[in-house]
Design a protein around this ligand. Structure first.
Ligand SMILES: *[C@@H]1O[C@H](CO)[C@@H](O)[C@H](O)[C@H]1NC(C)=O
Ligand SMILES: *[C@@H]1O[C@H](CO)[C@@H](O)[C@H](O)[C@H]1NC(C)=O
Ligand SMILES: *[C@@H]1O[C@H](CO)[C@@H](O)[C@H](O)[C@H]1NC(C)=O
Ligand SMILES: *[C@@H]1O[C@H](CO)[C@@H](O)[C@H](O)[C@H]1NC(C)=O
Ligand SMILES: *[C@@H]1O[C@H](CO)[C@@H](O)[C@H](O)[C@H]1NC(C)=O
Ligand SMILES: *[C@@H]1O[C@H](CO)[C@@H](O)[C@H](O)[C@H]1NC(C)=O
Ligand SMILES: *[C@@H]1O[C@H](CO)[C@@H](O)[C@H](O)[C@H]1NC(C)=O
Ligand SMILES: *[C@@H]1O[C@H](CO)[C@@H](O)[C@H](O)[C@H]1NC(C)=O
Length: 495
């Protein structure tokens, strides 16, 4: 019996969901980027959506309506209303709520008014009048007290967000029809015979259009890229993790947020830690969004750049160029000058391991281990003569540049030690002074030029940060910001 199978399935299904949900919970590490859209942010988003929805559905054309109307004394007349179009809608008030029955977003607009225009015509014949009579004209309709409600679910699906309309309704309190031309019987005929039909035509068409719009918005969400390029060597994984959490008039979601090498070689990130959720670090600053980046975002970036050999610099020019000539070292490292008199030198500086970035309440710090190989250019041959290892402590600060999280670093301390040498003992205090100068004047400014451009924050096209404020929490950089929206966003909305 088909009924039994159906029941069985229904009973079985929640168990499967439960099992899937619980295994997912245990293995989930969470995303390294979390985003909380606050009540204020949701209201802003709602206003943008209503504005865009109206822009895209108006003018709204309704199907033609026709009816035979009984005209007193003379008999039946066929009246046709055509070119019915909703030209303008004004929304009185609107609200948005989340968390209704689990995962629902509820949008309501009430006290809306709308203006419609249409053409009317009738033809009428009876045995009393041998020739058919017809007439036509225009009419204006005003709709008052319109309410529109929309329930949506927002879920995670395959690393994207899935938006589905659950219910959409439109209710109209009253309409008034104003006819130009025609006689009074016609006015009465149209008003009494068509008022209900026009009302229900609008009440049907608006939810239909809204659902179409939601489906288009959903496909735009599916098409959002899962990786965004950062410079030309890396990408950031912006896959959504799990379902968004809708509660307390807010929407919270997480993105993977880790850097990938451009060639997507797997398992680059060896240290994925658990990214516990933080919400509400913005404190008093009541902002539309709160975005937090776990220090792992920065560490995955440092790992990718390290593995891709980006953390390597050849220094063959210095403000004091004579430093890169063995003659300058004549009395400091006599052997060097003896072996390679008056030769040019260059430094081959590279990270010996991935820089370790820490984000704490006090700010951002990083420990960087460098190897500096001193090379001599002797008759166009490059000879490595010594290697210095440097341990640097760097402090960093983040700031927002347009929609990017930019940064600058400063050298806090540096310790140099000799790793190996083919030219005898080096004068370490001289070496340390020289290295410190090279790092401060060459390497740090170079790195700053790069990171001052920043990494793009995962925001939908057309959305820009406004009055962003950065703070540091343990393990996280927190950005509290309002958002604005420009016209590019239309690409993600129904048109
Ligand atoms: C509709 O028409 C009326 C009267 O012409 C006007 O006052 C109103 O602003 C128009 N627009 C809407 C959306 O009601
Ligand atoms: C949609 O939301 C309204 C208001 O919260 C609620 O009354 C209604 O039951 C919801 N509809 C569905 C199908 O969940
Ligand atoms: C939302 O719900 C989760 C658990 O369902 C809870 O941990 C969190 O504090 C809630 N957030 C707010 C802002 O209420
Ligand atoms: C939502 O959360 C805020 C703080 O996180 C709290 O002050 C407020 O009372 C909560 N509202 C509801 C309806 O739970
Ligand atoms: C991006 O992140 C998701 C979720 O963490 C993960 O499943 C996926 O493998 C990542 N993509 C790549 C290319 O590593
Ligand atoms: C190194 O300096 C010496 C002394 O100033 C100079 O004679 C020599 O040409 C320099 N070497 C190179 C390769 O420029
Ligand atoms: C710099 O050092 C790296 C490895 O330490 C090496 O691969 C590279 O060839 C060196 N470059 C020069 C110009 O010496
Ligand atoms: C060094 O290289 C330059 C250009 O690459 C060349 O003109 C010069 O003759 C070379 N010198 C020696 C000593 O090989």
């Amino acid at each position: 019996m088909p009924g039994t199978t159906g029941k069985c399935f229904v009973r079985f299904f929640p168990i499967v969901v439960l099992v899937l949900a619980s295994t997912q919970f245990h293995t989930a590490e969470g995303g390294a980027i979390s985003v909380l859209v606050s009540e204020k942010g949701l209201h802003f988003t709602k206003d943008v959506l209503i504005h865009e929805a109206l822009r895209s559905i108006l003018p709204l054309r309704l199907p033609q309506i026709e009816k035979d109307v009984k005209v007193p004394v003379v008999g039946m007349a066929q009246i046709i209303l055509s070119d019915i179009s909703v030209d303008e809608v004004k929304v009185g008030s609107s609200c948005v709520r989340t968390g209704d029955r689990g995962a629902m977003i509820v949008l309501m607009a009430s006290g809306a008014t709308a203006n419609l225009t249409m053409s009317w015509r009738y033809s009428y014949h009876s045995w009393l009048v041998p020739l058919p009579i017809s007439d036509s004209g225009e009419a204006a309709i005003q709709v008052k007290g319109m309410e529109v409600g929309l329930n949506l679910t927002l879920k995670g699906q395959g690393g994207s967000l899935k938006l589905s309309p659950v219910e959409c309704g439109c209710y109209i309190k009253s309409i008034s029809v104003k006819i130009s031309g025609g006689s009074s019987w016609l006015y009465q005929g149209i008003v009494s015979a068509f008022q209900g039909k026009i009302k229900s035509a609008v009440e049907e068409a608006i939810p239909m259009k809204i659902e179409e719009g939601i489906l288009r918005l959903n496909s735009a969400l599916q098409e959002l890229p899962k990786e965004i390029p950062v410079g030309d060597a890396a990408e950031m994984n912006v896959t959504f993790i799990d379902d968004p959490v809708l509660n307390n008039s807010s929407v919270y979601f997480e993105l993977d947020g880790l850097f990938l090498p451009e060639n997507h070689l797997p398992s680059v990130i060896s240290y994925r830690s658990s990214h516990s959720r933080v919400v509400d670090s913005c404190g008093d600053a009541y902002k539309m969004i709160e975005m937090s980046l776990h220090e792992d975002v920065l560490n995955s970036a440092s790992e990718v750049y390290f593995r891709e050999d980006y953390l390597q610099w050849i220094v063959d020019k210095l403000p004091d160029q004579a430093m890169l000539n063995t003659s300058r070292w004549k009395y400091i490292v006599p052997q060097l000058y003896l072996q390679y008199p008056d030769d040019n030198m260059y430094l081959n500086i590279s990270c010996s391991s991935r820089p370790l970035v820490k984000v704490r309440k006090e700010g951002i710090t990083a420990t960087v281990d460098l190897a500096v190989v001193i090379n001599v250019l002797d008759a166009n041959r490059s000879i490595s003569v010594a290697c210095i290892s440097l341990v640097m402590d760097v402090s960093g600060s983040a700031h927002i540049l347009l929609n990017n999280l930019a940064g600058t670093i400063k050298l806090r301390s540096l310790t140099a030690s000799l790793k190996w040498s083919e030219i005898g003992n080096l004068h370490m205090s001289f070496v340390q002074t020289m290295m410190s100068m090279v790092i401060r004047t060459i390497i740090i400014p170079y790195v700053n030029l790069r990171i001052m451009k920043g990494l793009p924050l995962p925001l939908v096209h057309g959305v820009t940060l406004r009055n962003a404020r950065i703070s540091y929490d343990d393990l996280r950089i927190v950005i509290c910001s309002d958002i604005a929206y420009g016209n590019q966003m239309t690409r993600y909305l129904p048109s």
